[in-house]
Design a protein around this ligand. Sequence first.
Ligand code: ATP
Ligand code: MG
Length: 436
Amino acid sequence: MTDTKKLQALQAVKGMNDILPPESARWEWLEAMMRSVLQRYGYQNVRTPIVEPTALFVRGIGEVTDIVEKEMYAFEDRADKHGQAEHLALRPEMTAGVVRAMTEHSFLRDSGRRLYYFGPMFRREKPQKGRYRQFHQMGVEAMGFAGPDVDAEVILMGSRLLRELGLKDGEHFRLELNCLGEPAERRAHREALIAYLEQHQALLDEDSRRRMHSNPLRVLDTKNPALQDMANGAPKLLDFLGEASLAHFNGVRAILDAAGIAYQINPRLVRGLDYYNLTVFEWVTERLGSQGTVCGGGRYDYLIEQLGGKPAPAVGFGMGIERLLLLLEEVGTLPAPDVPDAYAVIPSAQGLPQVMVALEALRAAGVRVVMHPGQGSMKSQFKKADGSGARFALIFGEDELARGEVAVKPLRDEGAAQTTRSLYDVAGWAAELRNA
Ligand code: ATP
Ligand code: MG
């Protein structure tokens, strides 16, 4: 101990959260559920660095986007011995990093890749419910496939993810769909859109006025309530689509229709990143206020080339884990918290080695058993056993140990009798403790 003033405890960075038990168990449950769905479609896990060159995101996401203009944690690294410092950024999303990795390792040379990821993303936004500075996404990227079959596949997969988590289409979420066409169609639409925005210039907020010429499509993405009527009346990209784009869009729709996946076409759905073309989609909910987009994605056929790779079409989505958990909580479909099968009550330190060997045998047999640490009074040990939620207390009393036995006391089953079991045959009765 020093006699200096008591140091002030530090706190986490604003908008960046600790995920602690029991909440962390929900995360594990969610990830396991998702992995099971993703694997059924043949998607493989990919893990890329959290820090990437800033240029990757500027080129990938687009210079005139909220993410790059305002939200990115970008910094200059320390200079090396030649005085050169790298410009680095915490990833605000994952697609650009996955594209970089696939290109760097020539992973798309021979065939397409179906990939998924989990991980933290970083955006300097105003923290609020469902919006954080460090948040987590589960996402998929199907690269090297032109669609529309694979567009439909990722949408079917996203829909299955939500439904298998207990959410109901129509009641808890809905799917919105749009087609952004191809660059030539976007150029024709862009001119019409700029002309329209110029007519409504007086109405526009500062962001929209600034973007009107540099990135007019982005103006349609505005969340400003005062601009909704203006944005709804704007020229629609859908009216500028040529035959091939329409055929692609209708191809996706035919599969979704056949599979019974409901969707609404939202002509204003443009997504917050510049790299999309053709199919874009979002799953939205009414239950999380203005943080209502749980998952968003689309096709990005030109991004890989734009980031220096060999041209390849691709489609993917990103799902916000925090928002999904908030929604699951709201709807009440989260599973009951995980509890151990048994709690080991150990009255004295006398037989500890024998007790702990027996606990190891139980764990080897798949039993989830928590040991009471450091002994202490029986009363306090039973209180802990009860609080743990375990269905059984295992009582390693001195008398029992002397006979090579343990007492098994049911904790949740009123009236069920306490029994004893042999410590020489743990594997023989361990199964009784598991999910009894
Ligand atoms: P929003 O319009 O709500 O800002 P976005 O269009 O910026 O979302 P994307 O870049 O498409 O979001 O990211 C995919 C998903 O990641 C979103 O649908 C959302 O569920 C989640 N997400 C995005 N930003 C955040 C954040 N700051 N905090 C929590 N989740 C987020
Ligand atoms: Mg955003």
